[in-house]
Design a protein around this ligand. Sequence first.
Ligand code: FE2
Length: 238
Amino acid sequence: MGKKKSMAALALFVLAASALSSLPTPCLAVTSPYVRPRPRATLSLHRHDDADADGQTPQQVHVSAVGPDQMRVTWITDDDAPATVEYGTTSGQYPFSATGDTTAYSFMMYHSGNIHDAVVGPLKPSTTYYYRCSSDPSREFSFRTPPSGLPINFVIAGDLGQTEWTNSTLQHIAATEYDMLLLPGDLSYADLDQPRWDSYGRLVEPLASARPWMVTQGNHEVEKIPLLEHKFKAYNAR
Ligand SMILES: [Fe+2]
């Protein structure tokens, strides 16, 4: 193409581009009646109200399915406590028990509590099991196992965080008849502030201790500090 011709083509392109950019921006709201609600306040989650509870009281209890007929129970105690789960199908009676492992982690100046986990089973499908952790008599929990076949009802909720919207989401989930929750990333939004992992654990415990709470990691779980803290440290420990 000659130089004159290509200059003319370029001028035409610039003219067309500037004409397009001066058009009013299309209004996307026209295609959907949905209006994104405004953010709500971050929850201020203080330590457990049960200040009289001793350091062996289980907290942040959550369960996750392991294979077809087992469940991993994970919980945290401030003090040393056995990594034992006692369980059975009648409230207050625990004919079975399983013992697992205890770990802990540090992140900068933060030191976690004792993080315990134990795998219980084999379990019957569609059955409610009552359990207690570290033989602590003050808190009994229960979970229901998923059915052995279809249909299985899943709840899927990501980006939970800890705001007043989180409360709203958890209330909606609690009002739902479901077998297993899938959380595809962005759990606590602790974003390096490790006590926020603990407050998140307490916030979700009523649901997370009652149905399999199946999580995977999102970008908020990375929490890497170059040269100081490796990625996914809290997420993997918890
Ligand atoms: Fe997110």
